[in-house]
Write a protein that binds this ligand. Structure first.
Ligand code: IPE
Ligand code: IPE
Ligand code: MG
Length: 250
């Protein structure tokens, strides 16, 4: 694993990594267990990804933990996920402190059960001065809902004459998203073989590199995380320019 770390150039790491943690249900099913068993075994992969990101100097990592669409799952599973959120946050808080991790949340947080909201707020408050990496959990998150809210809030400001329509630009939109304090996504990782975005960070991923792996989330380890980074570093990010312009630094 250290060998893999050595092949990563530390001056070219993604600043913001977004992760769609997928495949918990299938992982559990393969072992004849129920889906919740898969969710319960997701923590090692989260820890390994955050540690890996921290080690290479990535400053922001955002984990998709629960989507607006996930509310449509069976009540039993939704309840289990909400319960797991509380126990996991409580259990991990000392680790976040020890590893200097600042916790953040994006999504419709007020739709979460009050116990989950309280625990989340506690962990956010207690880690707010940490500086090594910002770990954002996307909870009851949907990109389209986020954009609808942004448009509503911007419109209110226009109606109140706080904002002139002519002054609306990309920055205005950014500032009204849940991610107002996060930079654009550089790399998006999705496990489980599904190759879709599932309503995650649509605006923020406009120029992200996308990385898909067949691995199921509970099996994902630091070395697999580093594989994604190595692949990212082998891509040429052109942002509309030509390859020649990029290599000659124009
Ligand atoms: C991802 O695993 C976790 C959540 C969406 C909460 P899934 O629960 O989607 O697992 P699969 O895709 O059914 O295997
Ligand atoms: C996306 O996974 C949401 C999270 C990982 C939290 P899903 O498993 O819900 O995605 P779809 O519905 O299969 O695209
Ligand atoms: Mg899934």
């Amino acid at each position: 694993m250290d060998k893999k770390l050595q092949t990563i150039s530390l001056n070219k790491v993604p600043n913001h990594i977004a992760v769609i943690m997928d495949g918990n249900g299938r992982w559990a099913k393969k072992q004849g267990m129920n889906r919740v068993f898969g969710h319960r075994n997701a923590m090692t992969a989260i820890r390994d990804s955050v540690d890996g990101a921290s080690e290479i100097g990535t400053k922001f990592i955002t984990m998709y933990a629960f989507s607006t669409e996930n509310w449509n799952r069976p009540k039993f599973e939704v309840d289990a996920l909400m319960h797991l959120l509380v126990t996991t946050l409580n259990k991990e808080l000392p680790e976040f402190q020890r590893k200097n991790v600042k916790v953040n949340a994006i999504g419709n947080i007020s739709s979460l059960p009050s116990k989950a909201q309280k625990t989340l707020q506690k962990v956010i408050d207690q880690t707010k001065n940490n500086t090594k990496i910002t770990l954002s959990f996307a909870l009851s998150y949907g990109s389209r809902e986020e954009i609808v809210n942004a448009i509503k809030n911007i419109s209110k400001k226009v109606v109140n004459t706080q904002l002139d329509i002519e002054n609306i630009d990309e920055k205005t939109i950014n500032n009204h998203l849940y991610t107002f304090n996060l930079p654009d996504v550089d790399l998006m990782i999705r496990t489980s073989g599904e190759q879709r975005i599932s309503n995650f960070l649509l605006w923020q991923m406009a120029y992200a590199e996308l990385y898909f792996t067949e691995m199921l989330w509970p099996d994902f380890r630091k070395e697999n995380f580093f594989d994604a980074i190595i692949e990212y570093q082998n891509r040429e990010r052109r942002f509309g320019k030509t390859s020649e312009q990029i290599t000659s630094n124009e």
